[in-house]
Each structure stands twice: as structure tokens, then as C-alpha cells.
Design a protein around this ligand. Structure first.
Ligand SMILES: Nc1nc2c(c(=O)[nH]1)N[C@H]1C(S)=C(S)[C@@H](COP(=O)(O)O)O[C@H]1N2
Ligand SMILES: [Mo]
Length: 581
């Protein structure tokens, strides 16, 4: 198949002499002399149109096929997921930092742009190497199949969309390029000097004559080409849109199951947030983060939509005396606890946004473990790691000792008064106060397995993040914002500080490297929640640098020393530069 490519590798785009020009002139009325450049660019455009049409057809059909399988089977999603899994930690960190929650759309657009570029190139190449280039489209099918097979949550039918898409793409490219060669030409398929599967290592093939390029007609059937290209484009767009629409309906049963949830009153309600917890300073993060504003960090390109009525949780593994299998209704029937817990992402840079505080309702995780007969290592239990597995194949490992040490580790079902939003793990997620999300907060939970840290590395640990990662004591200035221009006089400097499970003891602020001033703290809700703080600054005109540091109740002061987020969370003081007018 690649025989002619091997012999004429250099310039498929037609920069060889006009004598060998394989394709019709786009502007037949022009005289041959002096029209070379025009013809060449005309040919490039035609090739690009063929390639892009084939690419669009492949994607559109694949999208439609995915809607028959499941939204996650879309090749853009599987390839994107495979890219995420293989992204080096530093690059992933860069993406999260620079694109934030937009990193997923950026990745998906990137994949589509790459595909378009390849399609365009293949289209141009197909003008000269019709067979090889058309067949090369199949390579994308192979890439799609490999990506689908590499996903941790793969389903057998996930390979269907890339296979069908690639087949259609190949056919469309072959057909469109064929039209370009139709009229006024010798037979469209010239005799093949080297029929059948090409013996790749045949030295005679190298010496042999080039396979004839596509015949040179006087003029191709433009009407026919335009019609075919337009029909292809319309059909692809239609298939793609239909696929997307069907995909978006995919979660209907899950949405209905979520809408039907009535969260029971917790047996152990949270105490009311103390009156002084929210300092109500303009520009300061609210004490409880509303669900739509709560940060989201995960690897899911398509948010899993799980039907709570069919969901089950399995608890098993090393040291489990009694395996458990629980339905969502089973969980709701149990005694529920309600707690305010501040969740933080290890990828949160100093001053970053990946921290939020919510009121959660759930089942005490330690109770479930005890029911299953699990003992913490300190009591001689054989397992020291609890691995949570999600429906999308994420694995998150937490220390059994920490989960069972009396803190409010829970399987959460509710967030700020409603069932978990899909993006935050509906129907059930894990929360362990004091641990970064990547070692505790598994969303879309479906399995809990007891094992050891020696025996098993979870997803992020395989990507160079630490096995154990308690949240570091940190503080952030929320107001004034960087490069703000407040008026001279009294300016409230305010923000949040967190030291989950220990509690924040003190927050200090300084200006231009001067003396530290103790900020006023909002009332403490619990040791697992953040605290607001405010310091009234008598601001004088000019440029000033504000810095903040927190001290927790263990006496640990946030260090000035800056380290990055890898492997177990950033350190350093948050600083903000403002110009007082
Ligand atoms: N299934 C699944 N759960 C996951 C993740 C993920 O990628 N997949 N990311 C974890 C990380 S790194 C964090 S910080 C928290 C974030 O939870 P949130 O998106 O509800 O804020 O979820 C955790 N749980
Ligand atoms: Mo995270």
C-alpha cells in the first residue's frame, strides 16, 4: 500500500514539473503558461477539501456511532482520555494552571485541530497517492481503537466508533479524489504495476517505475465534485450533531434517578455555622462555597452519569471478614452524618482557586469498614491502604489508619443541601478531612478495596505524586486583587486560611516586608473547615506588596520557602501587589 509513497516521498503536493501534474487544473480557462502557481494552489485547495471532508465524515459518523454505544466511546473522548493519562505531571500541572477548568475544552479542540491538519495533509497527498493516502486514514482508526482499548473503564463496543469512522473517512477520501480524476481521462483506475499487498522490502519495487499518478483530464467534473463535497459535509455535520444530541440524552435515566432523591435528615446534623464565621468583606470568598462555584478537578472528559437506582458499591479486600455490597438506598437508610469540610486539590498553587468549603451529608466510612471486619494497622489489621475505584476507572488510595482515626471520613451523598451534583461525583463520593482530593475524594465511587501501599499504586501515585498527602497549612489573599488600585486610607485585606483537621490558629499580614500584623479571624466552624481573616490596612499612596502566612493549631507556620505542587502540594506565602492612589 505504501509502495508509491516510498518511491516518491518528497512532494506529494505537486511541486514537481507540470508534466507530471497528476490532477486537473482548477481554472481550466487560464493559459498554461504562467498559471503554474495558480494551478498548484488550486490543487492544494482541492486536496484540502477532500481531506477535510473525509475527516469531518469520519468524526461525524464516529460521533453518531458513539451515541449508540456510550458518550465516552467518542474517539475525541477516548483519545483525549488517553492523552490525559499519558501527560507528564509537569505538563498536566501546566495545563491545569494555565487553562484551569478550561483545560478539557482546550484539549478537545487541540485534538480536533490536529485531526484537521492530518486530514488536510492526507487530502493533498491523496491527489497523487490516492490509494495510500485513503488507506492512511485507517491509521486513525487504529489510533482510535488503541486509545479506546487503553481506557481504564473500557467497554468492548468502544472500538466501534473509531472503526466505523475510519472506514467512512477512507471511502469518502477515495471517492472525492476519484471525482477529481473523472472526466476526459483514461480509465479512472490505471493498471496497478504492483497489485496486491506490497512486499515492503522488495528491492525491485524501489527500482521499478513510479506507479502512474492519477490521469490528467482536461477538466474534472466540477459540478459533481462540489455536489459530492457538499453532500459529504452536510451528512457529516448532520451525523455529528445527531450523535451529540443523542449523547446528551444519554444520562436521562441518571438524571431522573438524581431528581428522585430525597436526602434523609442526618442522624448527626452539622452544627450551625457560627455567626462570626463569615466576615462579609466584599471580595472575600463566601464561607460556604455554592455548588456551581465549587472547583472541579478530574480526568473525566465526559462527566459520568450514573443511575443511582442500579448503582452498587462493593467493599472487599485484604482483612475484610465480611464483603459488603450496598445499593444507594441501602446507604440512605443508614445513619447519616452532616459535616462542613473544606476540600483542597494538591494542584492548587499558592494563592490558587482549587479549594472549596461545603456542607456534606454521608455515611461514616469507618463504620462501614468496621462492619466489614476491617481493623486499622495500629490494631493489627493487615491492610494499610483503602483504594477507592470510580466508574471511570480512577483509583485513589487513602491510609486506612487515617480513615479510621475518628475523623469524619465519609461516603458523601449530599453537598450543600442537594444530592451530589454529577460533576462532583453523584451518586456517591469519598471525603477524608485533612487529605488532598487525589488521595481521598474519589468521585463516582463504585468499589472500595483494602490492600497495602506496598502492593498497589493508585492512579496519581503512578504519575509521581506522593502516596500520602495531608493538606498543607495555607492562606490566600482574596482582596484586594493583584494590581488593584485602592484609595489611600483604610483598606481591608482579607482572605481564607486552611489547615484541615488541625484548625487555623493565627493569620498574619505584612506590607512591603515590614512587621507582621495579626489578622482578625472569622469564628472557627470546625477544625476541618477553612477560616476567613481580615486585617484593616492603613494604606498609603504608592506600590505595595501584601503578604500573608497562617499558623495552625499544631504550631506549624506556613513556610516562606516556595515549592511547586508536585509531589505533595505547594508551599510559600501568597503575595499581592497593589498600587494605592
Ligand atoms: N473519579 C474521580 N474522582 C476524583 C478525581 C478524578 O479525576 N476522578 N480527582 C480527584 C481530585 S485530584 C480532586 S482535588 C477532587 C476534586 O473534587 P471536586 O471536583 O468535587 O472539587 O476529586 C478527586 N476525585
Ligand atoms: Mo486534586
Amino acid at each position: 500500500m505504501t509502495d508509491n509513497r516510498r518511491r516518491e516521498p518528497a512532494r506529494p503536493a505537486g511541486t514537481t514539473s507540470d508534466v507530471r501534474e497528476p490532477l486537473p487544473r482548477l481554472l481550466p480557462s487560464r493559459s498554461r503558461t504562467g498559471a503554474g502557481a495558480g494551478r498548484r494552489s488550486g490543487r492544494l485547495v482541492l486536496g484540502a477539501v477532500c481531506g477535510l471532508s473525509a475527516g469531518a465524515a469520519a468524526l461525524g459518523v464516529a460521533e453518531l456511532a458513539a451515541s449508540a454505544v456510550r458518550p465516552q466511546a467518542s474517539p475525541v473522548v477516548t483519545v483525549g482520555g488517553a492523552v490525559i493519562d499519558r501527560t507528564p505531571p509537569a505538563l498536566k500541572d501546566f495545563a491545569v494552571r494555565h487553562f484551569g477548568t478550561n483545560d478539557k475544552p482546550v484539549l478537545e479542540s487541540g485534538i480536533v485541530v490536529m485531526l484537521a491538519l492530518f486530514a488536510l495533509t492526507l487530502g493533498v497527498a491523496a491527489l497523487r497517492f490516492r490509494r495510500s493516502a485513503s488507506a492512511a486514514v485507517l491509521v486513525f482508526g487504529v489510533v482510535g481503537v488503541l486509545a479506546a482499548r487503553s481506557r481504564p473503564d473500557r467497554h468492548g463496543l468502544d472500538v466501534l466508533p473509531p472503526v466505523v469512522g475510519a472506514a467512512v473517512g477512507t471511502a469518502v477520501l477515495w471517492m472525492l479524489v476519484g471525482i477529481l480524476a473523472l472526466r476526459g481521462a483514461p480509465p479512472a483506475s490505471p493498471p496497478d504495476p504492483n497489485p496486491g499487498p506490497a512486499p515492503a522490502a522488495d528491492p525491485a519495487a524501489d527500482a521499478g517505475p513510479p506507479s502512474p499518478p492519477l490521469p490528467e483530464p482536461r477538466s474534472f467534473d466540477r459540478r459533481r465534485f462540489v455536489l459530492a463535497a457538499t453532500a459529504t459535509a452536510t451528512a457529516s455535520a448532520g451525523a455529528g450533531l445527531l450523535g451529540r444530541t443523542l449523547n446528551s440524552r444519554h444520562g436521562a435515566a441518571a438524571a431522573a434517578s438524581r431528581a428522585a432523591v430525597v436526602l434523609p435528615r442526618p442522624a448527626s446534623p452539622a452544627r450551625a455555622v457560627p455567626a462570626g464565621a463569615d466576615l462579609r468583606v466584599p471580595g472575600l470568598s463566601p464561607f460556604l462555597t455554592p455548588n456551581p462555584a465549587f472547583y472541579r478537578v478530574d480526568t473525566a472528559l465526559v462527566v459520568p452519569k450514573v443511575d443511582a437506582t442500579t448503582w452498587r458499591l462493593r467493599l472487599h479486600g485484604l482483612g475484610v471478614r465480611q464483603e459488603l455490597s450496598l445499593s444507594y438506598a441501602d446507604l440512605l437508610r443508614r445513619d447519616l452524618i452532616e459535616r462542613d469540610i473544606t476540600l483542597t486539590c494538591v494542584s492548587n498553587e499558592v494563592g490558587g482557586p482549587y479549594v472549596g468549603n461545603a456542607r456534606w451529608i454521608g455515611v461514616r466510612l469507618a463504620d462501614l469498614l468496621r462492619e466489614a471486619g476491617v481493623q486499622p494497622p495500629s490494631r493489627g489489621g493487615p491492610s494499610d491502604q483503602l483504594v477507592a475505584r470510580s466508574v471511570d476507572g480512577m483509583t485513589i488510595g487513602s491510609p486506612v489508619e487515617t480513615v479510621m482515626d475518628g475523623r469524619d471520613a465519609m461516603l458523601a451523598v449530599g453537598m450543600n443541601g442537594e444530592p451530589l451534583p454529577f460533576a462532583h461525583g453523584f451518586p456517591v463520593r469519598v471525603l477524608v478531612p485533612g487529605l488532598y482530593g487525589y488521595v481521598s475524594a474519589c468521585k463516582w465511587l463504585q468499589e472500595l478495596e483494602l490492600t497495602t501501599f506496598d502492593a498497589y499504586d493508585a492512579y496519581w501515585v503512578r504519575r509521581r505524586w506522593s502516596r500520602r498527602a495531608p493538606i498543607k497549612t495555607e492562606s490566600r489573599i482574596d482582596t484586594p486583587k493583584p494590581f488593584a488600585t485602592p484609595k489611600a486610607g483604610s483598606v481591608p485585606v482579607a482572605g481564607v486560611a486552611w489547615a484541615q483537621h488541625h484548625g487555623v490558629d493565627r493569620v498574619e499580614v505584612r506590607v512591603d516586608g515590614g512587621a507582621w500584623h495579626t489578622a482578625r479571624l472569622g469564628a472557627q466552624d470546625s477544625a476541618d473547615t477553612w477560616r476567613q481573616w481580615v486585617w484593616p490596612w492603613q494604606a498609603t499612596p504608592g506600590e505595595h506588596t501584601l503578604e500573608v502566612r497562617a499558623t495552625d493549631r499544631e504550631g506549624r507556620t506556613q513556610p516562606e520557602y516556595r515549592v511547586g505542587t508536585l509531589p505533595d502540594g505547594a508551599t510559600g506565602w501568597h503575595s499581592v501587589v497593589v498600587t494605592v492612589t
